[in-house]
Design a protein around this ligand. Structure first.
Ligand code: GLA
Length: 367
């Protein structure tokens, strides 16, 4: 966002007509539960993606992003084709939104401070910011919930990432002051207040992650196989009381399903712990979630395990876990508000000293 960046006018020789933005997200707990019809508890992060847009009289779309700093990219509406670049998220949105009204061509300038590859869902932030601008400019008839669903379709159908709906729901509905409890089967959601003495810290491991990678799709397929062998529609329909049946599944389906079943319960228990103001209990659930992701769902990497262990051993920390899709990305730390900044600095330093990796502090309380 430096001032040397070309403005909309410099790029497209006219002024923008609409402006929209949307945040990235951090998931506090409930990982890989969304495509199993389960529960999630994300919050918005302060980092946002901003788009400026002006309609064109033809069917051409021209796109430019301050982060890629490349040439203006272009495509024709109705001829959206994946090319593996950031523009796929916008193409996915124009294709998904076409069923909600008549889109025309447009010029779009994108700028974002949501880091890419850190597990904070820069992709959902782009989809939702672009979707908001398109909805406004082309008077599309769609609700916020339909906007989130369009974002998920953009990923599933054009980008080719079989993601659930958590990130798009969070980008549309979450704020930075509360957590958003979502039942991903019904799409009902509720804001959950964190106790005043709690602070959320997010630290990037420096190991980049990607959802379109085969491992995410493989986990999803394993969950679907487990559900089908258990005779349920989705793993959401299996409760803690049924874990003995889960343990009879062949490996690794037993462990994959156990993660989902126990993680769903941990989300409910975390909401309860926040409601009662018992941060120690929320922290324990966070730590248990990490163990489950590491050993049962196998989506962690050694650097993340190290970062989590350092965080968990730091004064003022209630709990820490990998957040997001996994295989890299960030950790989320639940800390005591009064000690959070000191704890965060300590964790980043220790991580660098013991692994040689530069961790990056992405979110911490203001002050
Ligand atoms: C990615 C996906 C989400 C969700 C998480 C894991 O962020 O986009 O739908 O599955 O991974 O919880």
């Amino acid at each position: 966002m430096s001032s040397s960046m070309p403005t909309f006018r410099a790029l497209f020789s006219r002024d923008a007509e609409v402006y929209a933005d949307a945040p990235g997200r951090v998931n506090l707990i409930g990982e890989h539960t969304d495509y199993n019809g389960g529960y999630v508890l994300p919050a918005a992060v302060p980092q946002r993606t901003r788009v400026e847009l002006a309609a064109r009289p033809d069917g051409t779309v021209r796109l430019w992003s301050a982060q890629s700093q490349g040439e203006v990219a272009s495509y024709t509406l109705g001829e959206e084709r994946r090319d593996g670049t950031w523009t796929d998220y916008v193409k996915g949105m124009t294709r998904a939104l076409a069923q909600h009204g008549a889109l025309g061509g447009f010029d779009m300038r994108v700028d974002s401070d949501v880091p890419v590859g850190s597990g904070l869902s820069s992709s959902a932030a782009l989809e939702i910011a672009a979707g908001r601008a398109l909805r406004e400019r082309f008077h599309l008839r769609l609700t916020d919930l339909q906007l989130a669903m369009a974002g998920q379709r953009a990923e599933n159908e054009l980008v080719g990432a079989p993601v659930g709906i958590m990130d798009q729901m969070a980008s549309v509905f979450a704020d930075t002051a509360t957590a958003l409890f979502v039942d991903t089967r019904t799409l009902a959601y509720a804001r959950v207040q964190l106790p005043a003495s709690a602070a959320v810290v997010v630290i990037d491991s420096g190991i980049s992650h990607r959802n379109a990678g085969g491992a995410y799709a493989e986990r999803r397929a394993e969950c679907e196989q487990a559900a089908s062998r258990l005779g349920v529609r989705q793993l959401r329909d299996v409760g803690i009381a049924d874990l003995h049946r889960v343990s009879q599944l062949p490996s690794p389906l037993d462990r994959r399903a156990r993660h989902i079943v126990t993680e769903n319960q941990r989300v409910l228990d975390t909401v309860d712990a926040f409601g009662r103001g018992v941060l120690a209990a929320a922290g324990r659930l966070c730590n248990e979630s990490h163990v489950s992701m590491r050993d049962d769902f196998e989506i962690s990497v050694p650097e993340i395990d190290r970062l989590v262990a350092i965080a968990q051993a730091t004064d003022g920390v209630y709990g820490a876990r990998l957040t997001g899709g996994g295989f890299g990305g960030s950790v989320v730390v639940l800390a005591d508000a009064a000690q959070a900044r000191t704890a965060a600095a300590h964790i980043v330093n220790q991580y660098a000293a013991t692994t040689g990796n530069a961790g990056r502090l992405l979110v911490q309380p203001e002050g």
